[in-house]
Design a protein around this ligand. Structure first.
Ligand code: UP6
Length: 261
């Protein structure tokens, strides 16, 4: 899986969002996902105006925004179109199927209306995937299922990870990939390894987040889309920093698929 180029893998997936993401990555030459963890909509839109061309995917936590309006979504979608990136709402759904289908499509944020894909915990069992599958009908939507986490002391065990990957195999049209840390976690080349916990230097934050370097996550650990939040948004110049991450991560990817490691 990790030696195949993205454009090949676009042909091997059953999920429309994974196909689009592989294609965007190959076209824009970026496997960087920006996690825009800012709490003001204007700040988010300003930042995306500057870095949109450097990312394949923008990850939101819509429920941390303090001045949310529907117009924010209109503008977010315009930027996504202009710069050719997709939108991932990192909601990490974790309830019974019925509740999740409501959380996904109703409420203030109506995530189903605008997010191309969402993150989901496997913890509640298959019902959560059935619920999302049922809510999306024929639309192209995707799910990144959490198989591992980046934070220290998280309670996910190897058995849980394995059962998560097994569960996903029943929903190939819904599953875009896995939020995970390790190459061995899954084999299907049509699915995307989405890896958070990345900064230029390995380190930790004060609340248990663990950071690995681009080299480690892409070359050793098999990451396909790499999530950077504070490494970019808290930098003095986020625009310059986004380019540094984009170039570094892409170099690691090209080295990986060249087989000369
Ligand atoms: N995230 C992780 N680890 C996981 C899953 N998700 O950090 O296992 C998310 C966080 C945050 C982003 O919710 O939005 O990825 C990482 O941000 P950071 O680069 O600023 O630490």
């Amino acid at each position: 899986r990790t030696l195949l180029p993205y454009e090949k893998r676009a042909e091997l997936t059953s999920n429309q969002i994974a196909k689009q993401l592989f294609t965007i990555m190959a076209t824009k030459k970026t496997n960087l996902c920006l996690s825009v963890d800012l709490t003001l909509s204007t700040k988010i839109l300003d930042l995306l105006q500057k870095v949109g061309e450097h990312v394949c995917l923008v990850k939101t936590h819509i429920d941390i925004i303090e001045d949310y309006t529907d117009n924010f979504i209109v503008q977010l979608k315009q930027l996504a179109q202009k710069f050719n990136f997709l939108l991932l709402e990192d909601r990490k759904y974790a309830d019974i199927g019925h509740t999740v289908s409501l959380q996904y499509s109703k409420g203030l944020y109506k995530v189903a209306d605008w997010a191309d894909c969402v993150t989901v915990h496997s913890l509640p069992g298959e019902g959560i995937l059935k619920a999302l599958n049922g809510s999306v009908n024929n639309e192209s939507k995707g799910v990144f299922l959490l198989a591992e986490m980046s934070s220290e002391g998280n309670l996910i065990t190897p058995d849980y990870t394995e059962a998560t990957v097994k569960m996903a195999a029943k929903y190939p049209e819904l599953i875009t990939g896995f939020v995970c840390q390790k190459k061995a976690t899954f084999k299907d080349p049509g699915q995307i390894q989405f890896t958070p916990g990345v900064q230029l230097e390995s380190s930790k934050d004060e609340l248990g987040q663990v950071y690995n370097t681009p080299e480690k996550v892409v070359l050793e650990n098999g990451a396909d889309i790499i999530v950077v939040g504070r490494g970019i948004v808290a930098a003095k110049n986020p625009e310059i920093q986004a380019v540094v991450y984009k170039d570094t991560l892409w170099k690691c990817y090209t080295k990986r698929v060249s087989g000369k490691m």
